[in-house]
Design a protein around this ligand. Sequence first.
Ligand code: FAD
Length: 514
Amino acid sequence: MRIAYLDRTVHETDGEPKPNGDVSAISKSIDLQGSVETGDKTTIASKDFGGLYSIKPLALIKPAGSDDISRAIKAASRIPRMTVAARGNGHSINGQAMTNRGLVIDMRSTEENHFRLLNINGSFFIDVSGGALWENVLTRCVSRFGLAPRSWTDYLSLTVGGTLSNAGVSGQAFRYGPQISNVAELEIVTGKGDITVCSETRNPELFFGSLGGLGQFGIITRARVKLQPAPDMVRWIRVVYTEFDEFTRDAEFLVSRDDGESFDYVEGFVFCNNDDPVNGWPAVPLDPVHGFNPGIIPQTGASVLYCLEVAFHYQKGDHPSTVDKAVAGLLKRLRFVEGLKSQVDLSYVEFLLRVKRAEEQAKANGIWDAPHPWLNLFISKSNIVDFDQTVFKKMVKDGIGGPMLIYPLMRSKWDNRTSVALPDSEIFYLVALLPFVSRGPSVEESVAQNREIVEWCIKEGLDFKLYLPHYQSKEGWKRHFGDQWTRFVERKASFDPMAILAPGQNIFKRTHLS
Ligand code: FAD
């Protein structure tokens, strides 16, 4: 297949000159093993899960592998102002995988590449494509080898390259770190078009820069992911708190304990103290038979309550009393409201695919495809009480029409050589406000509320960072990276000197880096 484009005239749009969109104006062509889509067939690449932006690319490239990606990047470098964006599964919120009149590389077409188990000095790793979905990595690793990656996201229809370009966090990250702490090697096509293998010891600047690097240094074509033996089963438990300080005390207690002395997964969420089907009590029970008895909630219960969500791994051969005893031993250390506990036992794979089932239901109800003005933040432990007082107890006390996640993470499990920007304190919280617009406030209201929350965090001087960042000004990016800004810009200059990888029309413009 031949990729064909582009003359050297440019358009002025949004203050940024763009290459001419006339693909028939072919000045050069290159041979690709994969295919190139243009016109209406690029529509998928002009949308994402957020549904807030629509940005049309010039072409959608479906590469067969790294060579095609290298050729596309090298060809783009010959066209003034041409940009390239990798697209994983398009589950970004703010257009991060889009590029205005540029080339979008659809990494899903490389899903099958590289899949290989390795035993290196007695430790197991899986080589997977940057375009592979984590759900496929999970099911293939468990069914074929009885092994699984150690650190996950809540939802697994995300690509390996997409989450490694951000961080990849879920309830296992307190123990193993985010997904970017669980990768031993990457193959990357840099912004110069070089196909480069990198690791902690081989091209470490490219390796660490690309982890959490927002796709700005190169395109991850292969990742070597650490594996561990997969458990058979999971006991998934939710307990409820009325007091925020008791909730955080218990969550921090659990994430600070040594391996083998805590649960295997720790998360939490905030919900409304009422019977609203989306925002209130009905969102809590895992076991629909026993439901949620609001009569047990103490009178002190405020407008919002807190749910700690934990999971305990075990094998089918374990005696039930052993599992019961271990779980009871941990639960008895916690101060949740007696009687507000719900639990189910399910297979490890079913547990990790739990949001997939929610997706299927949401699709059936027609709410999955509505816009998702989501906000993800990392907030220092030192500021989390203020955040609760102002944001949870006031700004969003009536709910947002979707989950409001909050759980602690440990900075020492993250590698500060990566590109991710974090708060300063050892314990910080992931806070995710995840509205489904058809069930809550309008898109405009949610976007305005998100802006209000971020502006409040800045005004109050909170130690916080956006997760999945999407600033629209150089000042925003500089503040985000803080003293890592220079390192980020130098890495960009080193691996993508022409700023080919500058996706997202308003997200990360070339001018932000100069
Ligand atoms: P895309 O949205 O397609 O791309 C994301 C970014 O990565 C873009 O900048 C893109 O250019 C770049 N990129 C994509 N592929 C590559 C590559 N191969 N090489 C280099 N750059 C690349 N995140 C969590 O951490 N934890 C969660 O629990 C979690 N749950 C989620 C649940 C849902 C329902 C959704 C929609 C998102 C969730 N996320 C979560 C956020 C998710 O991790 C990010 O949005 C991620 O970027 C989406 O992955 P994707 O594969 O669709 O990437």
